[in-house]
Design a protein around this ligand. Structure first.
Ligand code: URA
Length: 317
């Protein structure tokens, strides 16, 4: 892990990952390779022991005491059963009318796509949502993160990953040299030490009530929006987070543990599979595996950048 600079170390600490370096072995003469013949081999994340930081555990908040219920308004008893006016039931809000997804999603530009999502009534999730959650970040990013579906905070704010899991995601991205707030570079990517931009979206754009698992027909209705986002962003690598996102993207029922460590494909883009940050908050030791996954995604990106630097016509923009 000597290749990490101070900023990355600080970021890893922020992510709750503590690095343990093996004490230096007694000095032994090393066989030297001719200088400049090969790039230094990326150090395997397994070379260091990664420990989850106990402070990363979600804080236990005592549940607030329930507020006393207001007393129901007193009503005078009806004069006689015959004359009693039946109380009219409170008006129930009409559920929004379902409407088919607009045609032509696969050729929409960003404004049309965002408007189509905001106005989508193609499945029952539109009935309870406060906001649709479209996506966030640089729309020309080389990196894309795909999560599952908005939770309560995301539904309130209309932004992906803004709750506790989002905080951990941001720390994981920072440790990898990425940020949802970084502007897309004007020139060649990867040249500067500034964080690289990432675009974040979910498989579902509306919150499933009570955070229940999405239904297959909800995924089927929403998937064209995500597919179009991927086509517009043209990421070099996708990080798929969580069982549901992974299985939806890769059309598989295999568990994440069996899919990690390999490069998959979605719409022609390399996909690296990893655990969902919300899962990592409950399973701290698996943060080390997530860090390995991020390193694998970084290797994919670096090999792309190396190829692009020898073939400028391969550069994205
Ligand atoms: N979990 C997700 O998968 N996406 C979000 O936006 C928030 C939580």
């Amino acid at each position: 892990m000597n290749h990490l600079d101070d900023r990355q170390r600080a970021m890893l600490a922020e992510m709750g990952v503590r690095l343990w370096a093996r004490p230096p072995a007694p000095a032994r003469p090393l066989a030297r390779s001719p200088a400049g013949t090969s790039a230094p081999a990326p150090q395997a994340p397994a070379a260091a022991r990664l420990e989850a930081h106990p402070l990363a555990a979600p804080a236990a908040h005592p549940a607030p005491a329930p507020a006393p219920l207001p007393a129901p308004p007193r009503q005078a008893p009806p004069a006689s059963p015959a004359k009693a006016a039946l109380p009219s039931p409170p008006p129930t809000p009409e559920p929004p009318v379902r409407a088919p997804r607009p045609a032509g999603v696969d050729t929409m530009d960003w404004p049309a796509l965002e408007a189509a999502v905001a106005d989508c009534h193609a499945c029952g999730l539109c009935e309870k949502r406060r906001h649709t959650v479209f996506g966030v970040g640089a729309r020309q990013a080389d990196w894309m993160v795909i999560g599952e579906a908005p939770g309560e905070q995301e539904d309130r704010q209309g932004q992906p990953f803004v709750g506790q899991a989002g905080k951990l995601l941001d720390a994981m991205l920072a440790a990898t040299g990425l940020s949802r707030h970084a502007p897309a570079p004007a020139g060649a990517a990867g040249a500067s030490a500034e964080p690289q931009p990432v675009y974040i979206a979910n498989v579902l754009k509306c919150r499933p009530p009570g955070n229940r698992n999405p239904q297959p027909e909800e995924v089927a209705q929403c998937e064209p929006y995500l597919r179009r986002q991927v086509a517009l962003v043209q990421p070099r690598v996708i990080l798929a987070m969580g069982r549901f996102a992974v299985q939806s993207l890769l059309q598989t029922t295999e568990p994440i543990g069996r899919l990690r460590g390999r490069v998959h494909q979605y719409a022609g883009v390399p996909v690296i599979v990893t655990y969902h940050p919300a899962y990592l908050l409950r399973n701290l030791p698996d943060k080390a595996k997530a860090w390995q996954d991020l390193c694998l995604a970084r290797e994919i990106m670096n090999s792309h950048l190396r190829a692009a630097s020898v073939a400028p016509e391969n550069q994205k923009r």
